[in-house]
Design a protein around this ligand. Sequence first.
Ligand code: GLU
Length: 303
Amino acid sequence: MRMLKTAAAGAVVLALAATATACGGSSGTAGDKPAGGDVYSGTYKVATNVKVDSTVLKKAQKAKKIVIGVKADQPFLGFKDPATGKYSGFDIEIAKMVAADLGFSEKQIEFKTIDSNVRETTISKGDVDYYVGTYTINDERKKQVGFAGPYYTAGADLLVRKDDKAITGPETLKGKKVCSIAGSTPLQEIKKPKYGAQTTELSKYSDCVKYLLDGQVDAVTTDDAILKGYAAQRPEKLRVVEKPFTKEPYGVGMNKDDKALRDAITKALENHIKNNDYKKAYEGTLGKSGSKYVAPETPLPTY
Ligand code: GLU
């Protein structure tokens, strides 16, 4: 019953994960294909003459490109096709809608893959102009970054092997090995002593899924929206328990001090929720992995 808690132990696990990735792993490549047929890609009307008093935006306008942090291994949400290098998914569509209202076409977007554990530092340093990647809005993070949203609300859930009947909810995790990723809210939750789980911390969810398929862990925990994408890739092997045990409101993350950018992004989200772009994108992406559509409430709050 050893908890992989210390930095040294965590480093070992990360190194093992890197080896597994490099060698291909025995169970193949979790997160290697989008699953569910065609990849949805919407086009959004690009606003002209955008005048927003935002430092971040002015820099992007000068460079004639906008840099957006996203995920690359979450099917239906933020997924990079290894063959084409093209990103797809619901978060990618949200990123594109916002970019259009800020005056940037799809061609002017540079997507950067940023893992959960480095989101706050990457945003604060200005390495991305904004971030769209299953990013839960919470008070702790609000101390470091600004948020617009929520544009979707997920909940932490469990992904298990299909033949596992023992895990039926978070209360059945005593002594079980549970994988999640560093810097994520579901990991913080599952580490609470009340669950009695042994945690393995990696930096990518797709590596947790490999561990689950290989039998090195008993469950993976993160948002249901993410887990449903993995289950849809391998319905014969994996299932989601479907007992969400937290609330994860997703926001677009950005520089904490750039209020003008925050307001502009909030407005952009509201516009695309109202004109139905949001719903179409949802149905073409996340909706395909079985996450139910819930219209976000507008007007969105200001933080
Ligand atoms: N929404 C959760 C979070 O922001 C989990 C998903 C993720 O790591 O991106 O921590």
